[in-house]
Ligand binder design. Structure first.
Ligand code: SF4
Length: 355
């Protein structure tokens, strides 16, 4: 597919309830659209490809990710517009330097559809536009001065909604000052608009290696022939893929849904990397699952699937506290001779303390 074709797919995006003719809207979905004018909320937009993956059932796991409900207008007192506390770590516009050895760059605020659970919803789809050449030069100067930075995460929005020309420009400017830096590209494109993964795009990415692509499949219904073809193209050019799912109520919060998803990803050669507890973004409480339930699902998954297929269940702490793994606690106690653990089946074992 040429650039013109995938862009025309975006031009045909569904942006109003009138465009959702193939769906019988539930009362909660109708209520969202009738109240929308009073709220500055995350834009409603989905491209025809991703919409075609959903069945006309209000609880379809794909549909729930793109059709909003009135629940988005409920804000809990502990929810935040900047749930990860990133704003205070912004040394130059669009660049977040929270950890010593890595930075995050907000390349664009546009996506190929807007996920109703998006935690960066106060930036996403809010007309910040694509990073300019001048802004990129400021980022390059910062990277040149900060040699302790080993990794840059390109995010947004979705960086792969940019044209090939812009993607090339971004990578070239970064590489011109830091040929050594590892680039991590966070994108839902293989999931929501896989035809965007063209030969020309894949060539641009592979010319700027090392690039790791981090995507977000949340349900096995998102794995289609087109998605598989996109993943094959990327892997064929030596671009490794990781997946970060979000644990989402009514979408993937069951052992069977996650088992199917993680095993399908491993078959595609995508490593399930993280399963994230929902961030405290305003208007997303209806998607959040309790940590207790998340841990229960993870311990049952641990008995059923291999370590290769099992991601790390983690929470990004509000206010800039960083990621904390929510692994079950296997350590029981210790004394002068041994450490005592329970294994995944709950049986007790010990390991000697080296002197
Ligand atoms: S693709 Fe990413 S940034 Fe865009 S709406 Fe979805 S989660 Fe948010």
């Amino acid at each position: 597919m040429t650039e013109k074709n995938w862009q025309s797919m975006l031009n045909k995006a569904l942006t109003s309830p009138d465009d959702l003719q193939g769906f019988s809207l539930s009362e909660k979905e109708k209520a969202y659209f009738s109240m929308k004018k009073d709220h500055d909320n995350l834009t409603f937009m989905v491209n025809p490809y991703y919409a075609s993956l959903a069945e006309d059932k209000w609880d379809d796991p794909v549909r729930r990710q793109f059709i909003p409900t009135v629940d988005e207008y409920t804000t809990k007192k502990y929810e935040l517009s900047d749930p990860l506390g990133e704003d205070r770590y912004t040394p130059v516009p669009r660049l977040i330097h929270r950890y010593r050895d890595r930075v995050l760059l907000l390349v664009t605020d546009s996506c190929a559809m807007y996920c109703r659970h998006c935690f960066r919803r106060s930036f996403t789809g809010h007309k910040a536009g694509v990073i300019s050449y001048g802004e990129l030069e400021n980022v390059a100067a910062y990277l040149s001065d900060h040699r302790e930075v080993n990794e840059i995460l390109l995010s947004g929005g979705d960086p792969l909604t940019c044209s090939d020309k812009k993607v090339r420009e971004i990578l070239t400017v970064i590489r011109s000052v830091r040929p050594d830096i590892v680039i991590r590209l966070a994108t839902r494109i293989p999931v929501v608009l896989p035809m965007r993964i063209s030969d020309s795009l894949v060539n641009i990415l592979s010319e700027n290696s090392p690039i790791w692509l981090v995507t977000q499949f949340n349900h096995s219904n998102e794995i289609t022939e087109q998605a598989e073809a996109a993943v094959d193209k990327l892997i064929g050019k030596g671009i490794p893929l990781l997946n970060q799912s979000v644990l989402l109520k009514g979408i993937n919060d069951s052992v069977s849904a996650l088992e199917n998803l993680f095993q399908a990803l491993v078959r595609l050669r995508i490593k399930p990397y993280y399963l994230f507890q929902g961030d405290l973004a305003a208007g997303t409480s209806h998607f959040r699952v309790s940590i207790e339930r998340g841990r229960e699902i993870m311990s049952r998954l641990r008995l059923r699937i291999s370590g290769l297929a099992l991601p790390v269940y983690a929470v990004d702490m509000p206010g800039g506290g960083g990621k904390i793994p929510l692994t079950e606690n296997f350590a029981m106690s210790e004394d002068e001779e041994n450490y005592y653990f329970r294994n995944i089946e709950g049986k007790p074992y010990s390991y000697p303390r080296e002197k």
